[in-house]
Write a protein that binds this ligand. Structure first.
Ligand code: DQA
Length: 147
């Protein structure tokens, strides 16, 4: 089983960026944690962070044939990228959206996700643990589907 993990804009600055909201753990640490976790479950992970909307879309186009699912934190694109939503719908791979922060506790403009509707589900508000929980949910979903 292979999962594409995508991170959107400014998530390369995790650990430095607004730590009171996003925590002190870096994206490299998240990547290492998820890779180890996935390996222990016999899952391979392809991990990327891109600031550009088109770059994220290009990665979905590049990898969809060889992956089983997508774990994505679209960052601010969550709230307005219809193009990213369309890319997820176009390739038809099960995707799980994750957010470090609880969007419903935040500014009103963050309280709507245009991308989550293209996903099987989403997890938000658990900090870096949102990634682990999202990955478990996706792996479980894919395993159930295999049966
Ligand atoms: C975020 C929430 C978004 O609103 C924000 O633009 C981010 C991070 C999160 O993980 O909580 O970049 O996706």
């Amino acid at each position: 089983m292979k999962i594409l993990v995508l991170n959107g804009p400014n998530l390369n600055l995790l650990g430095i960026r607004e730590p009171e909201i996003y925590g002190k753990v870096s994206l490299e640490e998240i990547e290492k944690y998820l890779t180890d976790f996935a390996e222990n479950h016999g899952v391979e992970i392809i991990f990327y962070q891109k600031n550009g909307e088109g770059e994220l879309i290009d990665l979905i186009h590049r990898y969809y044939r060889e992956i089983d699912g997508i774990l994505i934190n679209p960052g601010a694109y969550t709230h307005y990228s219809i193009a990213l939503r369309d890319a997820l719908l176009a390739v038809g791979k099960p995707a799980v959206e994750v957010h470090l922060s609880n969007l419903y506790k935040r500014e009103e403009f963050r309280q709507h996700s245009v991308t989550a509707g293209a996903c099987i589900g989403y997890i938000a508000g658990f900090g870096v643990d949102s990634y682990r929980l999202g990955l478990i949910a996706l792996i479980d979903y894919l395993k159930r589907r295999e049966k």
